[in-house]
Design a protein around this ligand. Structure first.
Ligand code: TYM
Length: 333
């Protein structure tokens, strides 16, 4: 008998164009595991409306994100790729899990605190209950592993808690998932703000997957290094956060260790190091950008991928949802 494959699942919000942080923290670690795991990856569009979106832009980015997933090596034949809002079970289980997530737990979420500080005119209920929806995204597919960057670890931990709470009440309904955080690239900082994680909200310090080579080169040339005058490539996160971030990026794209990088640039200053990191990123992104551009032009192919993906994801998700509905006592329709 064929052994059941382990399951892996993750998602990204199409609230902005994909960037180097998303790539190194998440996607890069997805593509390599298609043979070993049964994989589900989605565009988390339901989550994006916790912050106001321009509708036409959201549609464009959702489709573009699918093209980028495929261009990053996620073969639709081997991975289930879908749009979250196409699988209603996410919203349905999301509601149930809101009733099993505590107010105090949601209040402690760093992402909620950050985003509510940033969008004070729109601290809506969805922004607050977002982690319950994310728990639903995950638990519907019973994944063993959830590969994410470090900033999402807290949400995956809350998911584990909610799953355990539910299982304690009703028996083994959910698999309790493990977060999978990469060793290199788990937290990439902005090139101009090495104290804050790289994010689309500071575009000049954010390297987008679709940026042209000359744009990427310029962003790296302007990257903040450090305020001391040492001009030496040395890994010291506390005193040289900008340099450490560039070394982390270089390590993640080349596979080199920090020691190897220090040796490679020994005796050479930031004037050599910064463009070299830029060049390494340009070469990593070039084939991805070109393939994504080709795929974006083929809208009917992308539509067939997300339609098939939603059909397959729905089959799995609806099974879990039916079980949950039964357990909590809803009358069978
Ligand atoms: P999101 O859309 O903010 O980010 C998507 C993925 O990219 C990672 N990431 C980073 N990694 C390293 N350095 C950075 N600067 C950086 N910025 C982003 C994130 O950790 C994440 O892995 N709530 C999630 C989306 C989501 C989800 C899910 C993820 C919804 N449902 C279910 C996993 C499972 C989010 O907002 O990620």
């Amino acid at each position: 008998m064929e052994e059941k494959k382990k399951v892996m699942l993750s998602g990204i919000q199409p609230s902005g164009d994909l960037h180097l942080g998303n790539y190194l923290g998440a996607i890069k670690n997805w593509a390599a595991r298609a043979e070993e795991f049964d994989c589900y990856y989605f565009m988390a569009d339901l989550h994006t409306i916790t912050v106001r979106q321009e509708p036409a832009e959201l549609r464009r980015r959702t489709l573009q994100q699918l093209a980028q997933y495929i261009a990053c090596g996620l073969d639709p034949e081997k991975n289930t790729l879908f749009v979250q809002s196409h699988v209603p079970a996410h919203a349905q289980l999301g509601w149930v899990l809101e009733c099993y997530t505590m107010f105090g737990e949601l209040s402690r979420m760093t992402q909620f605190k950050d985003k509510s500080a940033k969008h004070q005119d729109n601290i809506n209920a969805g922004l607050f209950t977002y982690p319950s929806l994310m728990a639903a995204d995950i638990l519907l597919y019973k994944p063993d592993l959830v590969p994410v960057g470090e900033d999402q670890k807290q949400h995956v931990e809350l998911t584990r808690k909610v799953a355990e709470r539910f299982n304690n009440l009703y028996g083994e309904v959910f698999t309790v998932p493990e977060p999978y955080i990469p060793k290199a690239g788990a937290r990439i900082y902005g090139l101009t703000t090495p104290g804050d994680k790289m994010s689309k909200s500071v575009p000049e310090g954010c390297v987008f997957l679709m940026d042209k080579p000359e744009v990427i080169a310029k962003k790296f040339k302007r990257a903040v290094t450090d305020s001391d005058r040492e001009n030496c490539v040395r890994y010291d996160k506390a005193n040289k956060p900008g340099v450490a971030n560039l070394m982390d990026i270089y390590a993640a794209v080349t596979g080199k260790t920090h020691e190897e990088i220090e040796k490679e640039f020994e005796g050479q200053g930031y004037g050599v190091f910064k463009p070299a990191v830029g060049e390494a990123v340009i070469e990593t992104f070039r084939p991805i950008r070109e393939e994504a551009e080709r795929l974006i032009a083929d809208k009917s192919y992308l539509e067939s991928v997300y339609r098939d993906g939603a059909a397959k994801a729905s089959r799995v998700a609806n099974k879990t949802l039916a079980k949950v509905y039964k357990k909590v006592g809803f009358l069978q329709p």
